[in-house]
Design a protein around this ligand. Sequence first.
Ligand code: ADP
Length: 426
Amino acid sequence: MNTEYSDYTRRLERLLEVCRILSANLEIEPLLQSIIEMASELTNSNASYILIYDEEGACLRHIAGPWYQLEMLQTLAVPLERSILGWVYSHNEPRVVQAGEDHRLYTALKRELGGETVSLLAVPMIFRGTTIGVFAAANKARDYTEEDLTILETLASQAVIAIRNEKWLGQAQAAYEKAMELDRMKRDFIAIVSHELRTPLGVVLGHASLLAETCAPEEKADLDTIVRNALRLREIIQDFADLDKFERGFGKLDLKPVDMSQLVRQTAALFSDLAKDHQVEMLVQAPKTRLMLEGDAEKIAIALRNLIKNAITFTDPGGRVVIGVEAIPGYIKVTVLDTGIGIPQEEQQKIFERFYQVEKHMTRRHGGLGVGLSIAKELIELHGGRIWVESEEGVGSRFLFALPLNRAQAAAAGQVFQTKPAKPGQ
Ligand code: ADP
């Protein structure tokens, strides 16, 4: 009794060890081969087999078996009717055939397993309540026991996980490849459209500007509208071109010492006319002293321009935009605050995704492609920095980004920024 007990314990230990090894192995064929070898070893069987239901052929097909038999086995189609393995599959129940039972059974098994089979233990392979195949061990010297059944069922469930993972992996791979293909088509489309629109638009703009200067006074308003809209169109095309540039490797940094105080002041100055047009008061809070970091000034300026432009665009006349820059330990932090329309809580992460806009495209009042923030995010993250927003609908928004002072700090930032950054002022 004691020896039997310790033998079973030893087999369970081996089973656990095997399960651990199996879950680390990713290649499906060697994995299934190891599972059947383990099944043979742990149940003292001569051979083990895995058969999967084939919907097209309405039969079971071998996907794993002894290497010397496998090629032949793969040509076999085991029908569900009048077969022992088919019975296990259809009834969703284990089945045991002990040696010396019934010779008609052996003939059936010989047909199904392709060899001299005198005893068999077979269990259904179940995935989330659905039977997907049969796991079988054959030819044990002694009778199959309850313990053998437990071991076979455990290994069968490991095989099910492996097969399902492989299927999902295949599906995920196919979906990824399709997405990459669509992405490539989208990029090419953007590049072609922005390139092809530029020339005719230049002609329209040139002629309309000329006419606006020389026309009769009563025609001036109409021509100014044409010029204004053509300029807007040019801006959109420029956005497309930037996006295309970005996606084709514009994402490399040219690191040099940058004075962030000066960069913030100069960038904000570009928007004084726009702020006036929108009747929005714009304040810049930048210290007179230098705030130096190692970065790519042009790319930081693009990110900041996108934030300032949004702040002015989404703020009603009479509102305010405040742009601030300050040093915090290891970083320079830039803040663009507005008293505008604000962003609903559930949209605050999505606005950093490409082409995402809070207002629906057909009903929106503001221009833009929905790419400004995604570009800003990529540029800031390229520096090892982080960008985020705090906002309340109807009250306003505060966009913030923090840039590391240098590369060493940027490397450390990888770890710091795995957690949510503290709110400003904290
Ligand atoms: P867009 O070109 O549409 O401005 P962005 O990527 O810059 O694209 O912004 C995405 C969306 O995020 C905007 O369409 C707008 O709905 C919202 N958004 C961005 N900045 C602000 C802001 N300061 N206040 C309110 N909403 C904003």
